[in-house]
Design a protein. Structure first.
Length: 590
C-alpha cells in the first residue's frame, strides 16, 4: 500500500512540471469561436524566449493571442505558478477530428515543436442535423442525353431519427427512371463515428429540352436533439421548499433540403443532321434480318429488328420502314424493356414485322436505316440493314383444290338421284275417326319446350361471346384483377407489419398503389415524369387534391423504405388505414 502511495505522489509531482493543453469548452462547434490554452509552469519558462507560435491548418482562423499568469492547486492543495497562453480561434465548418495546426516555441534562437493539437468538431444544436445533396454525373449534357443523379445524406450526432421525405420531385423537364433506393444504406462516417453517411443512385434522367434547367431541391423532415436548456424546478414537502436546476435536451422537429442542381443542356448540332433523324441521343446498336429469303405464296415472312441504347430511359423511336407494296402486312409487334446495366439504364426494343406475299416472283426489299446522335463522339451515327432479295414460289395447288366449292345447289351425283327416285316414299295423312285427343303441336307446352332450347342457346352464346371479348381485352382483364392484386399487396404489408419490417411494409404499400392505378387505368405509372403522371390521373377523373395525395403518399413510401426512421407499430397501422382509405377514393377510375 505504501508503494502505491509513493507511485501516485511521484506522478502528481511530475505532473506539476509538465506543459499541458486545455480548451475553454467541452464541446467545440463548427464555425464558432473557442480558446485553446498552453499551460506552462513559470519555473519552466526559459530565457530568452518568444511567445509560442501557432501555424493553423484545415480552415482554423487565429484571431489573436494573449497570456495570463495564475496559480494552480494540486491534489494536496499546493500551489504552482503557471503562465497560460490563450489562442483565440474560430473553428471551420467541417466536423470530426481535425488537426488545428502546429505549435512551435523559439527559445535561445532554436525553434521547438510543442504540439500538433487535434480537436473533435461538432455541429451546433442550432444547425441542421441532416445534410442532403444531389450529385449529378454530368452538369453539361445534350438534349436527350442520359445522366444519373446520386442522393447523398449525412446525419450528425444530434440527429434523432424519423427521417421522411417531404418532396422528391424531379420537375417536368426530364424523363426519369427512378431507382428503388434499395442500396441506400447508412454507414458510420470514418471521420466522425457519431455521424453517418448514405449515398446511392437516385434516378437516371434525360432532358426533354435545351437551355439552363434545374432539378428542384429535395426536402426532408426529421427529429433532432435540441440545445441544452437550464430548467429551474421548485419542490415543497413537509413545509420545506427546495429549488434546484437541471439541464434538459428535448427532441424537436426540423426540416432540411438539398440545394437545387443546375444542368446546362446543349441543343443538338444542326450540321450534318440526318433528314429523318430518330431523335435518340446516346450510344445505340441496330440489328435485324428476315427469318428467311425463300418462301411460298400463303406463307409468312418475318422481319426481326432490335434497337438497344442508353438514351432516354424507356423511350425508343421506331425506324422508318420501307414500302412493302408487294406484300400484305399487319401492324408490327413491339416490345420495350429497360434495365440498369452498370451505371446506365439500357432500353431495348424488339420489333417483328409480318409480311404475306401477294404473288410469286423475285422482289427486293429496300434497306432500313436507323440513326442517332452520339454525345461522346459529338456526331451523328447511323446503321443500315439490307437490302434483301426475296424469292416467292408458287403455293401448293392441292390446298386450293381441297377447299369446298359451293354454287347454291347440293353436291349430288346422278347415281344418287336415281337411287333416291327408287327409294322415295310418299307421305300421306293418317286419318282415324277414333282419335279424339288434341294434337300436341297445338298446345302451349309443346311450343314452350320447342323454343326453350333455342332461348337457352341464345343466352349461352351471348355469355360465351362476351367472355371471349373480355378475355381478349387486356384492359378489362387488368381492371378485373385490380382489387385482387391490391388485396395481395395489403396482405404482404400486414405480414411485414407483424414482422416489424419497415422496408417491406412500405415497399408493399408503394407497389400496391402503383399497381392498383396501373390495373384500373391500363397505364404503366411506374417511371412516369410528373407532368405525364398528373395528366393521366386528370384524364381518369381524379381531382387535384386526390392527385396531390397520391403523389405525396408515393414519395413518403419511397423514402420510408430506406430512410433511418423510428416508427411504432401503431403508426404503421395508421399508415395502413390511410392507404386503404386512399384506395377507396380511387374507385372513380372504375
Amino acid at each position: 500500500m505504501k508503494r502505491l502511495i509513493f507511485v501516485l505522489l511521484f506522478f502528481a509531482i511530475g505532473a506539476n512540471a509538465e506543459i499541458s493543453l486545455e480548451f475553454d469548452k467541452d464541446r467545440i462547434e463548427v464555425g464558432k469561436p473557442f480558446e485553446m490554452r498552453i499551460v506552462i509552469p513559470t519555473r519552466e519558462l526559459a530565457e530568452p524566449r518568444e511567445i509560442p507560435k501557432l501555424t493553423t491548418a484545415n480552415g482554423f482562423i487565429l484571431n489573436g493571442i494573449d497570456s495570463t499568469d495564475t496559480q494552480l492547486r494540486d491534489f494536496f492543495g499546493r500551489g504552482t505558478n503557471v503562465r497560460k497562453y490563450n489562442f483565440k480561434l474560430i473553428a471551420p465548418r467541417q466536423t470530426g477530428r481535425v488537426q488545428i495546426g502546429v505549435i512551435t516555441w523559439k527559445i535561445r534562437d532554436t525553434e521547438y515543436e510543442l504540439s500538433r493539437p487535434v480537436v473533435n468538431l461538432q455541429k451546433s444544436y442550432d444547425d441542421a442535423a441532416v445534410a442532403a445533396s444531389l450529385i449529378p454525373s454530368k452538369k453539361i449534357v445534350y438534349e436527350g442525353e442520359q445522366f444519373s443523379v446520386n442522393l447523398a445524406l449525412h446525419t450528425y450526432e444530434h440527429f434523432q431519427g424519423n427521417l421522411n421525405a417531404v418532396s422528391m420531385d424531379l420537375g417536368n423537364d426530364f424523363i426519369a427512371h427512378r431507382s428503388d433506393l434499395a442500396n441506400l444504406q447508412f454507414v458510420r462516417s470514418e471521420k466522425a463515428p457519431a455521424e453517418m453517411d448514405a449515398n446511392a443512385k437516385f434516378a437516371w434522367l434525360a432532358p426533354v429540352k435545351s437551355g439552363d434547367l434545374t432539378i428542384p431541391a429535395f426536402k426532408f423532415k426529421y427529429l433532432k436533439r435540441g440545445a441544452p436548456k437550464i430548467v429551474e424546478e421548485n419542490k415543497s414537502q413537509g413545509g420545506f421548499s427546495m429549488s434546484f436546476k437541471s439541464i434538459r435536451q428535448e427532441a424537436e422537429e426540423a426540416e432540411t433540403s438539398s440545394a437545387p442542381v443546375s444542368i446546362k443542356v446543349l441543343p443538338l448540332p444542326s450540321t450534318l443532321r440526318p433528314a429523318d433523324f430518330s431523335g435518340m441521343v446516346g450510344d445505340y446498336s441496330f440489328e435485324g434480318d428476315f427469318d428467311r429469303t425463300t418462301l411460298k405464296v400463303g406463307e409468312a415472312l418475318t422481319l426481326n429488328l432490335l434497337i438497344k441504347g442508353d438514351g432516354k430511359p424507356g423511350t425508343l423511336t421506331d425506324p422508318k420502314l420501307p414500302d412493302f407494296a408487294d406484300f400484305r402486312s399487319v401492324p408490327p409487334e413491339t416490345e420495350i424493356n429497360k434495365k440498369v446495366v452498370g451505371n446506365k439504364v439500357i432500353t431495348t426494343k424488339s420489333i417483328k414485322v409480318f409480311l404475306y406475299p401477294k404473288k410469286k416472283g423475285s422482289f427486293t426489299i429496300p434497306k432500313i436505316t436507323y440513326n442517332w446522335f452520339n454525345p461522346t463522339e459529338k456526331k451523328y451515327q447511323s446503321k443500315t440493314l439490307g437490302p434483301w432479295e426475296i424469292t416467292i414460289e408458287k403455293g401448293d395447288d392441292n390446298v386450293v383444290a381441297a377447299l369446298p366449292v359451293s354454287n347454291g345447289s347440293p353436291n349430288v351425283q346422278k347415281e344418287d338421284i336415281e337411287s333416291l327416285g327408287s327409294d322415295i316414299r310418299f307421305v300421306h295423312e293418317v286419318k282415324d275417326a277414333t282419335l279424339t285427343q288434341k294434337p300436341m303441336f297445338r298446345s302451349f307446352f309443346f311450343w314452350f319446350l320447342f323454343a326453350f332450347p333455342v332461348f337457352v342457346y341464345f343466352i349461352f352464346g351471348t355469355l360465351v361471346k362476351r367472355y371471349r371479348k373480355n378475355a381478349n381485352n387486356s384492359a378489362l382483364v387488368r381492371k378485373a384483377k385490380a382489387r385482387k392484386n391490391l388485396k395481395t399487396s395489403t396482405t404482404q404489408a400486414q405480414e411485414a407489419l407483424k414482422k416489424n419490417d419497415g422496408k417491406a411494409f412500405y415497399a408493399a404499400l408503394e407497389n400496391g398503389l402503383i399497381g392498383y392505378l396501373s390495373d384500373l387505368s391500363n397505364l404503366e405509372f411506374r417511371g412516369m415524369i410528373k407532368a405525364q403522371f398528373n395528366e393521366n390521373l386528370q384524364d381518369l377523373g381524379l381531382t387535384d387534391m386526390q392527385i396531390t395525395e397520391v403523389r405525396e403518399w408515393l414519395e413518403t413510401c419511397s423514402f420510408a423504405r430506406f430512410a433511418p426512421s423510428v416508427q411504432t407499430e401503431n403508426e404503421r397501422k395508421e399508415a395502413l388505414q390511410k392507404f386503404e382509405k386512399l384506395c377507396e377514393t380511387l374507385e372513380v377510375l372504375k
